[in-house]
Design a protein around this ligand. Structure first.
Ligand code: HEM
Length: 406
């Protein structure tokens, strides 16, 4: 049982971790929070930071993925916050369309990375904003192609996605005005997606949206609302997460001397390296759940009906699970990080995100001659949950030609 003093200090540490001034490095605060793997906060919600405890909670059928306050509830839940059996039906429908379409995409991703970098060949010396020039346009282009969403609409839905992800942040970090704007944004996104679905050619193209519209499974195709909600989830997930994996990976490469040269000499290093970014500096810092029953865990009882915050990024630095958790060590033998969550809601886009990040980081290592961070830390986006740099200027001596083409 945690004492009132422990509750207050955990609540204060957590509030500090959410403050923008700690966005570039919330990890020392997480380290302190890790002293108590599960703790009740003063607002009545619970905070889980331990790797083992988060893993158990993610897999416990007495837990619901619905983490929203009653005033935040949407008309229809997306699969992210739905529970079985509805969750499983929606997830299977998406997986059926998603998995075959992302297989064999590596060459296409590679070509896109090359053309995004080639735009900078004339600059000697030059500067690249790794976020604006590569980490953002890459996943956005891919997700638009995959779903069948016109890339030219990006200006509209990019800003909607951006505003919506702020709404994922804990309510206490949002003003009345933010919450009002969020409702407005939800309506705008719904209108945009409805128009898109209505105009969409279900017979042509072979994209994922057409696939969902024509789904021939025994459950039949999704109804119009599920289609819209699922499309919105995929569009936002494809927009606002991988960008941070590529940016955080670039930071790790440029902050750890010798790593860049190692990656140039040993391209296979990129696979464990991206896993270590997902552990050490994960794009999704936190998730949430609620309890459907009393749950005994870590010597305490979370009562039925409680809201739980799962601080994935803290679990990834749990010294009970990982040796030397604060160090970036791509050679870790056993890197069971929580970067993509776990259990039945494990990220559907994991394979795509991994492929994009591996290809982008390999290309940066190969092609940037003498890169260095212009500002360290870089300016961060406001978001606490989908956390990452706003911009990531990197100066370089020369953009080298792709060695595979020489
Ligand atoms: C680096 C990139 C990404 C990271 C770190 C990430 C992380 C996560 C995490 C932590 C969850 C679990 C959330 C929870 O349990 O509450 C999740 C779920 C999900 N992700 Fe990702 N994601 C990434 C990219 C993507 C992409 C590219 C897509 C699709 C285009 C995607 C689609 C989804 C979906 C649909 C879910 C919900 C799955 C379910 O509820 O069953 N993600 N992701």
């Amino acid at each position: 049982m945690t004492s009132a003093v422990q509750q207050r200090s955990a609540a204060e540490l957590f509030a500090q971790a959410l403050r923008y001034e700690n966005r570039a490095d919330p990890y020392p605060l997480y380290e302190q929070l890790l002293q108590e793997p599960v703790v009740r906060l003063t607002d009545g919600s619970w905070l889980a930071t331990g790797h083992r405890e988060i893993g158990l909670l993610l897999r416990d059928p007495r837990i619901s993925a619905d983490r929203l306050n009653p005033q935040q509830q949407p008309i229809r839940k997306s699969l992210l916050i739905a529970d079985p059996p509805r969750h499983d039906q929606l997830r299977q429908a998406v997986t059926r369309q998603f998995v075959p379409r992302i297989m064999g995409m590596r060459d296409h991703i590679d070509g896109l990375v090359t053309s995004l970098l080639d735009a900078h060949t004339s600059e000697t010396p030059g500067e690249l904003d790794v976020v604006g020039d590569l980490a953002y346009p890459l996943p956005v282009t891919i997700i638009c192609e995959l779903l069948g969403v016109p890339r030219e609409d990006e200006r509209l839905f990019g800003s909607l996605a951006r505003r919506l992800t702020r709404g994922l942040d804990p309510v206490e970090t949002q003003t009345e005005e933010d919450i009002h704007q969020l409702q407005q944004t939800r309506v705008e996104l719904a209108e945009y997606l409805e128009g898109l679905i209505a105009r969409h050619d279900a017979d042509g193209g072979g994209d994922l949206l057409a696939g969902l519209m024509n789904d021939q499974s025994p459950d039949g195709p999704m109804d119009a609302i599920d289609l819209r909600v699922t499309l919105g989830l995929l569009l936002i997930a494809g927009h606002e997460t991988t960008v941070n994996l590529i940016a955080n990976g670039t930071l790790a490469l440029l902050r750890n001397p010798g790593l860049l040269a190692r990656l140039r000499n040993d391209p296979d290093l990129v696979t464990p390296l991206v896993e270590e970014v997902l552990r050490h500096d994960p794009p999704v810092q936190m998730s949430g759940r609620s309890t459907l029953a009393d749950i005994d865990i870590a010597g305490t009882t979370i009562p039925k009906g409680a809201r739980i915050r799962l601080l994935l990024a803290a679990g990834n630095r749990d010294p009970r699970r990982f040796a030397d958790p604060g160090s970036f060590l791509p050679d870790r033998a056993d890197n069971a990080h929580l970067g993509f969550g776990g259990g039945i809601h494990y990220c559907i886009g994991a394979a795509l995100a991994r492929a994009e990040a591996q290809i982008a980081l390999t290309a940066l290592a190969r092609r940037l001659d003498s890169p260095r961070l212009v500002a360290d830390p870089p300016p961060y986006r406001e978001n606490a949950i989908l956390r990452g740099p706003e911009r990531l200027p990197v100066a370089f001596a020369r953009l080298l030609p792709d060695p595979r083409e020489q």
